[in-house]
Ligand binder design. Structure first.
Ligand code: S3P
Length: 177
């Protein structure tokens, strides 16, 4: 089966957006950031969407976007941290591309997201123990969805992007550049 798109998944702060930029430079693929796209389409920030309509509404928008993106090819889709928690989303991603899971330790995540109030899930919960607990709950879903797994602690986005390219080229994954 030919797989044309790359879906970057993982917990908040695992570097999906920055790695997406580097990977786009390396491969020349178009980038789509699901949070950015949804915020633009709704004319509201992610915290405003959560505040005004609730999390379930936002999750519905995520799935709707994945369905629309299914048609495309040669795209890097940087997904919000909750995208891989829903089986329907995972099926859509695996059908239309390679799912790359980025991981990081809770301490690394906290250092990356601290001071950013754009993530409603972490508002009021900016500490290692909360992140650790939520990460433990989500990890089985992330691991079930990810076909390629890359640890991002202490590594630059450039190094991570190069490793992804190498893994996709290794022949284990049937990927069409
Ligand atoms: C979320 C992660 C966020 C964003 C929303 C919910 C989550 O995206 O989609 O705040 O549930 O993990 P990032 O992973 O890009 O921060």
């Amino acid at each position: 089966m030919r797989k044309d798109n790359i879906y970057l998944i993982g917990f908040m702060g695992t570097g999906k957006t920055t790695v997406s930029h580097k990977l786009s430079e390396l491969l020349g693929f178009e980038e789509i950031d699901t949070d950015e796209w949804i915020a633009c389409q709704q004319g509201q920030s992610i915290p405003e969407i959560f505040e005004n309509y609730g999390e379930q509404y936002f999750r519905g928008l995520e799935t709707e976007l994945l369905r629309r993106l299914g048609e495309g090819e040669h795209k890097i889709i940087s997904c919000g941290g909750g995208m891989a928690l829903k089986q329907e989303n995972v099926a859509l991603m695996q059908e239309n591309g390679v799912v790359v899971l980025l991981t990081a330790e809770p301490e690394t995540i906290l250092a990356r997201v601290r001071g950013d109030d754009g993530r409603p899930i972490l508002n009021g919960n900016m500490n290692v123990s909360y992140i650790q607990e939520l990460l433990a709950k989500r990890l089985p879903y992330y691991e079930a969805a990810g076909e390629v797994v890359i640890a991002t602690d202490l590594r630059s986005p450039q190094e991570i992007a190069e490793e992804i390219e190498k893994k996709l080229n290794s022949g284990k994954i049937c990927f069409d550049f």
